[in-house]
Design a protein around this ligand. Structure first.
Ligand code: NAD
Ligand code: UFG
Length: 333
């Protein structure tokens, strides 16, 4: 298949590109480089030993998207492009709605114009909001607690309405839990700009010495060790989930919301200790107050994905920590 990856030079898309190309698909990356670097292209070409098509553009530019879809004879799209910083979305909600919701509408219109009706959408477990029960299954009510979460839910709903108005669309909405880790080569990985908000990239930067110590947000939760539990998923497992999603859409029409997680929960201190152990490094930390809006625990029931996509995660917490460190220590030196 010819597949367009919007947000193609970003963290999850670049790993997905590796999996898709290895499977024999042709991939076109489309990105405005708002949160990624063009050097990702060279790195991908090194991993794959192949030239990769890249278009620099904004998903709000429906004309350019339409031209790209046509010229590259695209069969399916994976829509990764989006802004993802929760705090920034609270400060600048319009920018988030415009980029994430407006961008999705612009893309869908370009697809419609070209008769392309197969799409995988990057959603998030953040659409569930504060968990009412655990593990989270796909029937859990959706109730986002910040503008970023609402942009994901609105885009999901738009795709749902579209599938009702035109049942010939094939749509997989993939709700990721906490993606971490990097490709085994250490050539690509997550490189957030500025000080990381998320746990794994923060730990990795403490390990390099770039940041002094980790602040653990609260140890008075009702969890195994008092710190929050999350469902960390290796980005290569997630990438394989996208391949499985596309395969599924080959012979399924309609709209499907699917959790991509491991079903296992890991606390902040467990992740920190796993990182120290596998990488033989020390991560200084201090316990500070709770972070506003954090759920004590959040993890998936992945059985729907296991069943309908015939996919399940294979990679351990140790591998997540090892590959994150390999990436961080190689590119930050
Ligand atoms: P990322 O920032 O590394 O990748 C997103 C890419 O989209 C970036 O390269 C950015 O430059 C590009 N982009 C943003 N707006 C664009 C626009 N208007 N036009 C063209 N390109 C644009 O983030 P990621 O972690 O790879 O996330 C990919 C997708 O998955 C996002 O939609 C994100 O919301 C979603 N998601 C991420 C996580 C996570 O924790 N990483 C969890 C759940 C869902
Ligand atoms: N944490 C710390 N110190 C830090 C950073 C995080 O103790 O410096 C803790 C948090 O309190 C939380 C856990 O580590 O308990 C994980 O935090 P992350 O910020 O890495 O991940 P979240 O689960 O809070 O949220 C992220 C995104 C959401 C997205 C979700 C699932 O910010 O938008 O992952 O993909 F929905």
């Amino acid at each position: 298949m010819n597949i367009l990856l919007t947000g193609g030079t970003g963290y999850i898309a670049s790993h997905t590109a590796v999996v898709l190309i290895k499977e024999g698909h042709k991939v076109v990356l489309f990105d405005n480089l708002a949160n990624s670097d063009i050097s990702v292209l060279d790195r991908l070409e090194k991993i794959l030993n192949k030239k990769i098509s890249f278009i620099e553009g904004d998903v709000l530019d429906s004309e350019l998207l339409s031209k790209t879809l046509k010229e590259h004879k695209i069969d399916a799209v994976i829509h990764f492009a989006g802004l993802k910083a929760v705090g920034e979305s609270v400060e600048n909600p319009l920018h988030y709605y415009e980029n994430n919701v407006g961008g999705s509408i612009s893309l869908i219109k370009a697809m419609q114009k070209n008769g392309i009706k197969k799409i995988v959408f990057s959603s998030s477990c953040t659409v569930y909001g504060e968990p009412q029960y655990l593990p989270l299954d796909e029937s859990h009510p959706t109730n986002p607690i910040n503008p970023y979460g609402f942009t994901k839910l609105f885009a999901e709903n738009i795709l749902h309405d579209l599938s009702i108005s035109d049942p010939t669309w094939s749509i997989a909405v993939l709700r990721y839990f906490n993606p971490v880790g990097a490709h085994e080569s250490g050539l690509i990985g997550e490189s957030p700009k500025g000080i990381p908000n998320n746990l794994m990239p923060f730990i990795a930067k403490v390990a390099t010495g770039e940041l002094k110590s980790l602040k653990v947000f609260g140890n008075d939760y009702k969890t195994r060790d008092g710190t929050c539990e999350r469902d960390y998923i290796h980005v290569m497992d997630l990438a394989e989930g996208h391949l499985a999603g596309l395969n599924f859409l080959e012979d399924h029409k309609g709209w499907y919301a699917i959790n991509l997680g491991t079903g296992q929960s890991t606390t902040v201190l467990e992740l920190l200790q796993a990182f120290e152990k596998i990488n033989h490094v020390k991560i200084p930390y201090e316990i500070v107050g709770r972070r506003k809006g954090d759920a004590p625990a959040c993890y998936a029931k992945p059985s729907y994905a296991n069943k309908i996509l015939d996919w399940k995660t294979k990679r351990s917490i140790e591998l997540m920590c090892e590959s994150s460190w390999k990436w961080e220590s190689s590119h930050s030196i």
